[in-house]
Design a protein around this ligand. Sequence first.
Ligand code: ADP
Ligand code: GLC
Length: 484
Amino acid sequence: MSMRPLLALSICSEVFPLIKTGGLADVTGALPAALRPHGITLRTLVPGYPAVMARLAGAERVLEDPNVFGGAARLIAGTAAGLDVFVLDAPHLYARPGNPYVDTLGQDWPDNAQRFAALAQAGAVIAGGMVGGFVPDVVHAHDWQAGLAPAYIALSEGRKPATVMTVHNLAFQGQVPSSLLASLRLPASAYTPDGLEYYGAIGMLKAGLRYADRITTVSPSYAAEICTPEGGMGMDGLLRARAHRLSGILNGIDTKVWDPARDALLPAPFSAGDLAGRGLSRAAVQAHFGLQPDSAALLFGVVSRLTHQKGMDVLLESLDAILGAGAQLAVLGAGDVALQEAFLLAATRYPGRVGVRLGYDEALAHRIQAGCDAILVPSRFEPCGLTQLCALRYGAVPVVSRVGGLADSVIDANEAALAADVATGVQFWPVTPAGLRAAIARVASLWADRAAWGRMQARGMAFDVSWAAPGKRYAALFKEAVPF
Ligand code: ADP
Ligand code: GLC
């Protein structure tokens, strides 16, 4: 267990505010500040996507390689949007439209294996001590895109910092053909079931889970779920074998970005002591989504990827319960084309009661959290989930499935919890139309008692969703992983 200040390298495919497709970016963006008070300096290695290159300042070229998967690559050290970064500038791999993983038509980039292997290799080079002035004690790899980094480090001859693999979502596994073994510079001897091999392919996430010194995931419940055949998505055997190395740390959110008292994206600020400003956001959301300007109607909100994981098909099947309770629904999201179309259709079918905006809109996400009475998160599985944490902070009552980080962050308004004055939201299970309809009916009956609702809202707003506690846990884990 190390007591000295530590240097750590975070390897990830997205980081807020430079580039974000989901909660992964929020977490990698928040960790450097969360670890700093504990004497840990965390520097983030990201691909040089156009959005990253555009914001890079004080850039210094630290390494160069004329041929990384068919083109020249430079490793640049600098700062971007307040983050200390290493950027892998390889235009032939990263200077593309679309998002980090897919083209503008939503198809995976065909060379994703090479694009993220290059990132992991750059991380392993830094880990090996090749960048003067930054020799990390810990390498922190996030999700399958960085999964090869612990393998490259473990299988190399060079120095070996402690490695930590964090799973944000086990559903995305990065399986690539075994024919790429040599070109990805992976030793054939490691291509075994106890090594890199995963169902006849190279498993990039599996590699991280197999070779990292420590494995973490983003909530204690998800850590337990992924060790079971139902939640393990094929990795549960390996995870059970390494359970002594696995732990769950619930995410926080950036309470400066998500601060209702100082949020410039809202029509008016508010706080637990003075909720008046919430009313303005509520009216703004109703106006924006074309909902009836009814101040008594229970207003549900959704900010989500529109996918099967998030239970959005179940929500569509449960709309009758929302309408039957005289409630309204505002949905902001993007994702599966069929779900997008089904939500648009619902908005046309129930004008004034259901409103839908497709796309990604940070400002609108803040207004929905500030204006809706309740936020629906009916996920089939959810490693952590951040929108329910934002909801707690903004006084929107979270209505969540009892799974993963949702189960760990919301206290269900059952009779005992209400009597003890500890409830902060509603949990339900199973994720079926019947399960969600029953939850919506419970929310409607809770809403009928406005005084009790207000107390539940206030308790949620007082709940600590910051990075203070998780920052301390990651710091302890890093220090424990470094032996001296
Ligand atoms: P996931 O990463 O699985 O999509 P999380 O709940 O962990 O789910 O994180 C989602 C993050 O993305 C949150 O910060 C949420 O506010 C944001 N988000 C999701 N969809 C949208 C959207 N359509 N517009 C704006 N923000 C969104
Ligand atoms: C993934 C998970 C989500 C989690 C996020 C950040 O996107 O789906 O549950 O909150 O990563 O860890």
